[in-house]
Design a protein around this ligand. Structure first.
Ligand code: SAH
Length: 224
Protein backbone atom coordinates (compact mmCIF):
# COMPACT_ATOMS: atom_id res chain seq x y z
CA UNK A 1 0.00 0.00 0.00
CA UNK A 2 2.67 2.51 1.04
CA UNK A 3 4.93 1.65 -1.91
CA UNK A 4 2.05 2.33 -4.30
CA UNK A 5 1.36 5.63 -2.59
CA UNK A 6 4.71 6.96 -3.80
CA UNK A 7 3.38 6.80 -7.36
CA UNK A 8 -0.02 8.16 -6.43
CA UNK A 9 -0.15 11.62 -7.97
CA UNK A 10 -3.52 12.26 -6.35
CA UNK A 11 -2.45 11.69 -2.76
CA UNK A 12 -2.47 15.41 -1.88
CA UNK A 13 -5.90 15.92 -3.37
CA UNK A 14 -7.24 12.84 -1.60
CA UNK A 15 -5.96 14.04 1.78
CA UNK A 16 -7.56 17.44 1.12
CA UNK A 17 -10.86 15.72 0.33
CA UNK A 18 -10.65 13.78 3.59
CA UNK A 19 -10.28 17.09 5.42
CA UNK A 20 -13.33 18.49 3.65
CA UNK A 21 -15.30 15.37 4.56
CA UNK A 22 -14.35 15.84 8.21
CA UNK A 23 -15.41 19.48 8.06
CA UNK A 24 -18.74 18.23 6.70
CA UNK A 25 -19.34 15.97 9.69
CA UNK A 26 -17.63 12.68 8.88
CA UNK A 27 -15.82 11.63 12.06
CA UNK A 28 -15.94 7.82 11.92
CA UNK A 29 -12.29 6.82 11.56
CA UNK A 30 -13.12 3.47 9.96
CA UNK A 31 -15.05 5.28 7.24
CA UNK A 32 -12.31 7.89 6.70
CA UNK A 33 -9.66 5.17 6.51
CA UNK A 34 -11.70 3.28 3.93
CA UNK A 35 -12.02 6.43 1.79
CA UNK A 36 -8.27 6.91 2.07
CA UNK A 37 -7.57 3.33 1.00
CA UNK A 38 -9.76 3.36 -2.12
CA UNK A 39 -8.75 5.78 -4.88
CA UNK A 40 -11.72 7.47 -6.53
CA UNK A 41 -9.68 8.40 -9.60
CA UNK A 42 -9.27 4.72 -10.42
CA UNK A 43 -13.05 4.39 -10.93
CA UNK A 44 -13.86 7.46 -13.00
CA UNK A 45 -13.79 8.01 -16.78
CA UNK A 46 -10.57 9.72 -17.90
CA UNK A 47 -12.52 12.83 -18.99
CA UNK A 48 -13.36 13.69 -15.37
CA UNK A 49 -10.15 12.59 -13.63
CA UNK A 50 -9.31 16.19 -12.71
CA UNK A 51 -12.52 16.23 -10.64
CA UNK A 52 -11.90 12.91 -8.87
CA UNK A 53 -11.27 14.45 -5.46
CA UNK A 54 -13.90 17.18 -5.51
CA UNK A 55 -16.56 16.63 -2.88
CA UNK A 56 -19.17 16.63 -5.61
CA UNK A 57 -21.11 14.26 -7.84
CA UNK A 58 -19.18 13.53 -11.04
CA UNK A 59 -20.57 12.24 -14.38
CA UNK A 60 -19.76 8.61 -15.16
CA UNK A 61 -21.57 8.31 -18.50
CA UNK A 62 -25.04 7.01 -19.43
CA UNK A 63 -26.59 10.03 -17.71
CA UNK A 64 -25.44 8.77 -14.30
CA UNK A 65 -23.16 10.25 -11.65
CA UNK A 66 -20.77 9.01 -9.01
CA UNK A 67 -22.27 10.38 -5.81
CA UNK A 68 -20.72 13.07 -3.60
CA UNK A 69 -18.06 11.43 -1.38
CA UNK A 70 -19.16 13.10 1.87
CA UNK A 71 -22.71 11.89 1.26
CA UNK A 72 -21.51 8.35 0.58
CA UNK A 73 -19.46 8.55 3.76
CA UNK A 74 -22.49 9.78 5.68
CA UNK A 75 -24.38 6.65 4.56
CA UNK A 76 -21.59 4.48 5.94
CA UNK A 77 -21.26 6.48 9.15
CA UNK A 78 -25.00 6.23 9.84
CA UNK A 79 -25.06 2.52 9.00
CA UNK A 80 -22.18 1.78 11.41
CA UNK A 81 -21.00 -1.13 9.33
CA UNK A 82 -19.06 -3.94 10.94
CA UNK A 83 -17.06 -6.63 9.15
CA UNK A 84 -19.65 -9.34 9.77
CA UNK A 85 -22.43 -7.29 8.09
CA UNK A 86 -23.84 -8.53 4.81
CA UNK A 87 -24.35 -5.42 2.68
CA UNK A 88 -26.59 -4.79 -0.33
CA UNK A 89 -25.95 -1.75 -2.55
CA UNK A 90 -28.48 -0.69 -5.16
CA UNK A 91 -26.81 1.33 -7.95
CA UNK A 92 -23.24 0.08 -8.46
CA UNK A 93 -22.48 2.94 -10.86
CA UNK A 94 -18.72 3.23 -11.28
CA UNK A 95 -18.05 0.85 -8.39
CA UNK A 96 -16.16 3.29 -6.16
CA UNK A 97 -18.64 3.16 -3.29
CA UNK A 98 -18.79 -0.61 -3.75
CA UNK A 99 -15.04 -0.81 -3.22
CA UNK A 100 -15.20 1.40 -0.12
CA UNK A 101 -17.96 -0.81 1.29
CA UNK A 102 -15.76 -3.84 0.63
CA UNK A 103 -13.20 -2.34 3.03
CA UNK A 104 -15.77 -2.10 5.81
CA UNK A 105 -17.77 -5.31 5.38
CA UNK A 106 -16.74 -8.83 4.43
CA UNK A 107 -19.63 -9.49 2.04
CA UNK A 108 -20.92 -6.86 -0.39
CA UNK A 109 -23.62 -7.43 -3.01
CA UNK A 110 -24.36 -4.72 -5.55
CA UNK A 111 -27.07 -4.43 -8.22
CA UNK A 112 -26.92 -2.12 -11.26
CA UNK A 113 -29.51 -1.86 -14.03
CA UNK A 114 -27.07 -0.66 -16.70
CA UNK A 115 -24.93 -3.53 -17.94
CA UNK A 116 -22.14 -1.30 -19.28
CA UNK A 117 -21.61 0.34 -15.88
CA UNK A 118 -21.63 -3.01 -14.09
CA UNK A 119 -19.12 -4.52 -16.52
CA UNK A 120 -16.75 -1.58 -16.07
CA UNK A 121 -17.13 -1.69 -12.30
CA UNK A 122 -16.28 -5.40 -12.36
CA UNK A 123 -13.13 -4.70 -14.41
CA UNK A 124 -11.99 -2.03 -11.96
CA UNK A 125 -12.71 -4.14 -8.90
CA UNK A 126 -10.88 -7.11 -10.42
CA UNK A 127 -7.88 -4.93 -11.35
CA UNK A 128 -7.68 -3.83 -7.70
CA UNK A 129 -8.16 -7.43 -6.51
CA UNK A 130 -11.31 -6.63 -4.56
CA UNK A 131 -12.64 -10.15 -4.09
CA UNK A 132 -15.49 -9.82 -1.58
CA UNK A 133 -17.99 -8.16 -3.94
CA UNK A 134 -20.66 -9.83 -6.05
CA UNK A 135 -22.30 -7.78 -8.83
CA UNK A 136 -25.65 -8.33 -10.52
CA UNK A 137 -27.14 -6.63 -13.58
CA UNK A 138 -30.83 -6.17 -12.94
CA UNK A 139 -33.60 -4.18 -11.31
CA UNK A 140 -32.47 -3.35 -7.79
CA UNK A 141 -35.97 -2.28 -6.73
CA UNK A 142 -36.67 -5.99 -6.28
CA UNK A 143 -33.43 -6.40 -4.30
CA UNK A 144 -31.32 -9.55 -4.62
CA UNK A 145 -33.29 -12.28 -2.89
CA UNK A 146 -30.64 -14.94 -3.38
CA UNK A 147 -28.37 -13.60 -0.62
CA UNK A 148 -31.01 -11.98 1.63
CA UNK A 149 -31.42 -11.04 4.41
CA UNK A 150 -29.03 -8.08 4.55
CA UNK A 151 -27.77 -6.23 7.63
CA UNK A 152 -27.38 -3.01 5.67
CA UNK A 153 -28.92 -1.77 2.42
CA UNK A 154 -27.67 1.37 0.64
CA UNK A 155 -29.82 2.72 -2.18
CA UNK A 156 -27.83 5.17 -4.33
CA UNK A 157 -30.76 6.40 -6.46
CA UNK A 158 -33.98 8.18 -5.52
CA UNK A 159 -37.29 6.34 -5.18
CA UNK A 160 -40.89 7.64 -5.05
CA UNK A 161 -41.49 5.23 -2.14
CA UNK A 162 -39.48 2.60 -0.29
CA UNK A 163 -39.61 -0.57 -2.43
CA UNK A 164 -41.39 -3.36 -0.52
CA UNK A 165 -38.95 -6.11 -1.57
CA UNK A 166 -36.07 -4.18 0.01
CA UNK A 167 -37.96 -3.99 3.32
CA UNK A 168 -38.58 -7.74 3.09
CA UNK A 169 -34.86 -8.39 2.51
CA UNK A 170 -33.70 -6.55 5.65
CA UNK A 171 -32.32 -8.73 8.42
CA UNK A 172 -33.56 -8.41 11.99
CA UNK A 173 -31.60 -5.43 13.34
CA UNK A 174 -30.96 -4.34 9.76
CA UNK A 175 -30.66 -0.75 8.51
CA UNK A 176 -31.46 0.76 5.12
CA UNK A 177 -30.64 4.21 3.75
CA UNK A 178 -32.68 5.39 0.79
CA UNK A 179 -33.50 8.77 -0.78
CA UNK A 180 -37.31 9.11 -1.05
CA UNK A 181 -39.27 11.93 -2.67
CA UNK A 182 -39.83 13.59 -6.03
CA UNK A 183 -37.51 13.29 -9.00
CA UNK A 184 -35.91 16.63 -8.14
CA UNK A 185 -35.45 16.60 -4.38
CA UNK A 186 -35.59 13.90 -1.75
CA UNK A 187 -35.06 13.20 1.91
CA UNK A 188 -32.56 10.56 2.85
CA UNK A 189 -34.31 8.21 5.25
CA UNK A 190 -32.86 5.58 7.55
CA UNK A 191 -35.12 2.60 8.11
CA UNK A 192 -34.44 0.14 10.91
CA UNK A 193 -36.02 -3.25 11.42
CA UNK A 194 -36.42 -4.19 15.08
CA UNK A 195 -38.57 -7.12 16.24
CA UNK A 196 -40.17 -7.30 12.81
CA UNK A 197 -41.22 -3.64 12.92
CA UNK A 198 -39.82 -0.78 10.88
CA UNK A 199 -38.89 2.69 12.12
CA UNK A 200 -37.97 5.60 9.88
CA UNK A 201 -35.76 8.65 10.57
CA UNK A 202 -34.85 11.47 8.25
CA UNK A 203 -31.10 12.00 7.89
CA UNK A 204 -30.83 14.94 5.47
CA UNK A 205 -32.23 16.50 2.31
CA UNK A 206 -30.57 15.28 -0.88
CA UNK A 207 -30.77 14.98 -4.68
CA UNK A 208 -30.04 11.72 -6.47
CA UNK A 209 -30.60 10.33 -9.97
CA UNK A 210 -33.88 8.38 -10.20
CA UNK A 211 -34.25 4.74 -9.19
CA UNK A 212 -35.85 3.25 -12.30
CA UNK A 213 -37.66 -0.05 -12.05
CA UNK A 214 -40.66 -2.04 -10.99
CA UNK A 215 -40.84 -0.49 -7.50
CA UNK A 216 -39.20 2.78 -8.49
CA UNK A 217 -39.85 5.40 -11.16
CA UNK A 218 -41.40 4.02 -14.32
CA UNK A 219 -39.03 5.34 -16.94
CA UNK A 220 -36.77 8.19 -17.84
CA UNK A 221 -39.91 10.13 -18.78
CA UNK A 222 -39.82 13.92 -18.83
CA UNK A 223 -39.03 15.37 -15.41
CA UNK A 224 -41.66 16.94 -13.24
N1 SAH B 1 -22.80 4.42 -6.01
C1 SAH B 1 -22.74 4.85 -7.38
C2 SAH B 1 -23.96 5.70 -7.65
C3 SAH B 1 -24.30 5.81 -9.05
S1 SAH B 1 -25.72 6.78 -9.42
C4 SAH B 1 -21.48 5.63 -7.64
O1 SAH B 1 -21.08 6.39 -6.76
O2 SAH B 1 -20.89 5.53 -8.72
C5 SAH B 1 -27.03 5.64 -9.22
C6 SAH B 1 -26.95 4.37 -10.02
O3 SAH B 1 -28.16 3.65 -9.79
C7 SAH B 1 -26.83 4.55 -11.53
O4 SAH B 1 -25.70 3.85 -11.98
C8 SAH B 1 -28.12 3.95 -12.06
O5 SAH B 1 -27.97 3.30 -13.31
C9 SAH B 1 -28.49 2.96 -10.99
N2 SAH B 1 -29.88 2.55 -10.91
C10 SAH B 1 -31.00 3.29 -11.13
N3 SAH B 1 -32.10 2.53 -10.95
C11 SAH B 1 -31.67 1.29 -10.62
C12 SAH B 1 -32.31 0.06 -10.31
N4 SAH B 1 -33.63 -0.09 -10.31
N5 SAH B 1 -31.54 -1.00 -10.01
C13 SAH B 1 -30.18 -0.91 -10.00
N6 SAH B 1 -29.53 0.21 -10.30
C14 SAH B 1 -30.25 1.30 -10.59
Amino acid sequence: MEAGAVNDRFIGQRRALLNVMQERGIHDMNVLRAFDAVHRHEFLPSSVLHRAYEDAPVPIGFGQTASQPSLQALYMQVLQLKPSDKVLEIGTGCGFQTAVLAQLADRVYSVERLRDLSVRARERLDALRVSNVALLVGDGTIGWSRYAPYDAILVAAAAPDVPGPLLDQMAEGGRMLIPVGSRDVQRLVCIRRVDGRYTEDEVTACTFVPLLGRFGWESEAPRG
